[in-house]
Design a protein around this ligand. Structure first.
Ligand code: UGA
Length: 431
């Protein structure tokens, strides 16, 4: 049996802990300094919305393979392996704030009397493992094990992911980590600590770059009469590129791509001072920031000639993507803020099945989970989040609820032809 402790029960720590506990030879304790969160988890109250997570937690707790504890000093020394899954937010200068990582290391240094395997799960800049050696007093084995889970499908991704990257000091397989991942050994890629840390940034930043360029190409399609759907079919057929991750949208958001692109840029600034390297990732960041206003620009031009004093704008989706309640860097937040700053006299309702956190705006914004209530009397419907339950909705029904006839589809989720057949005027991103 491997006795595993997970420090930090945010999205990464909780999903990782719950999934690792499914391996029959692992016993996992998820810990957090927030005792109220731990008490709620003991009652199976999930702090985040994530498909299948509650069921998995219930099952593994029931089988005595998953536990929750807030007494970190009291239990740290009982584990063979300690995963660190604390937050690594962006600091004011764009760098990654490692304060929580350092405090986790300090606790391990203080409360562990025997040598442990310390697994870094949080996303940290390349070379962080060297700092951790100092913080941990050179007494423990440091493993770099980045996560590649997508919010909304994280539990599925844990068992069906493409790879598990494990970085060790010499790049050689570690026997305890082999035991931890015994059910998924065929997916493990062994490497050194720095390379493992870099795999995470390189993966997220390549995906972010792909999307940023793709969104620019989609906007250009709109200007030139090309259709992004057909362009996607043609481009995605090239096996070197592939059809996945080519859905034009309102700009990428979430806690990962924005943070990791900034983090990589900061690493270029730090390690490659005086060179021109790092400009490309900066361009990706700037492009996405600019593109996050594209939905507002579309809304503006769509309503220019039909604006009325009591305009009702219904926005479908608050979360940064479908399947999650996470609103961090959500394009809907950006849109609501732009509307608040630049438009007068309108009513807004946001429809989202799970997300609830609105940005601070001067004008009130109504929030509902009820699609019919939200769409009723709307002059404009703006589609911001690709919630699958709204994908195949009857467009005629949508039209029957609306007062106006404008659809701004920032996810290219509905069909222009179907909208037009139902008397709607359709604006998409390049289609
Ligand atoms: C991303 C990575 O995909 C995960 O592998 C990684 O583990 C995670 O970050 C992380 O670092 O923790 P996530 O942010 O949950 O996962 O979501 P994605 O599905 O990758 O989407 C990211 C953003 O791109 C979202 O705003 C999404 O709407 C957008 N997107 C994605 C598109 O606009 N079009 C696409 O075709 C795909």
């Amino acid at each position: 049996m491997i006795n595993i402790g997970v420090l930090g029960t945010g999205y990464v720590g909780l999903v990782t802990g719950a999934c690792l506990a499914s391996t029959k030879t692992n016993i996992v304790t998820c810990m957090d300094i927030d005792d109220s969160k731990i008490e709620l988890l003991k009652e199976y109250e999930m702090p985040i919305y994530e498909q299948d997570l509650e069921l998995l937690v219930r099952q593994n707790c029931h089988d005595y393979r998953l536990f929750f504890d807030w007494d970190i000093p009291g239990c740290l020394d009982t584990f063979d392996v300690i995963f660190i899954a604390v937050g690594t937010p962006t600091a004011a200068d764009g760098s990654v704030n490692l304060d929580y990582v350092q405090s986790a290391c300090n606790m391990i240094r203080e409360y562990c009397t025997s040598r442990k395997v310390i697994v870094m799960k949080s996303t940290v800049p390349v070379t962080t493992h060297e700092k951790m050696e100092d913080w941990l007093g050179h007494k423990h084995t440091i493993i770099s094990n980045p996560e590649f889970l997508r919010e909304g499908t994280a539990v599925y991704d844990f068992t069906h992911g493409d790879r598990i990257v494990v970085g060790t000091v010499d790049g050689m397989p570690d026997p305890i980590m082999k035991a931890v991942y015994t059910d998924h050994l065929d997916k493990v890629i062994w490497t050194d600590n720095a390379s493992a840390e870099m795999v995470k940034y390189a993966s997220n930043c390549l995906l972010a770059a792909k999307l940023a360029l793709w969104n620019e190409i989609a906007v250009l399609c709109g200007e030139t009469g090309a259709n992004i759907h057909d362009v996607k079919t043609g481009v995605g057929a090239d096996s070197r590129i592939g059809p996945r991750f080519l859905l034009a949208g309102p700009g990428y958001g979430g806690s990962c791509f924005p943070k990791d692109t900034r983090g990589l840029h900061q690493m270029f600034t730090e390690h490659m001072k005086g060179t021109k390297y790092g400009k490309l990732i900066k361009a990706v960041i700037d492009s996405n920031d600019y593109h996050k206003s594209q939905t507002f620009r579309l809304l503006w031009s769509a309503t220019l000639n039909s604006w009325r004093a009591d305009m009702k704008i219904a926005i479908i989706g608050l979360a940064f993507k479908g399947g999650t309640d996470d609103v961090r860097e959500s394009p809907t937040h950006a849109l609501l803020e732009q509307m608040d700053n630049q438009l007068a006299d309108y009513e807004t309702v946001v429809i989202d099945p799970v997300a609830t956190e609105l940005p601070e705006t001067r004008k009130p914004v109504e929030l509902t989970t009820d699609l019919v209530k939200g769409l009723k009397g709307a002059d404009v419907v703006v589609l911001m989040t690709e919630w699958q339950q709204y994908k195949n909705i009857d467009i005629g029904f949508v039209k029957s609820l609306m007062r106006g006839n404008i659809i701004v589809d920032a996810r290219n989720m509905w069909s222009r032809a179907e909208c037009e057949r139902n008397g709607l005027v359709y604006y998409g991103i390049g289609c």
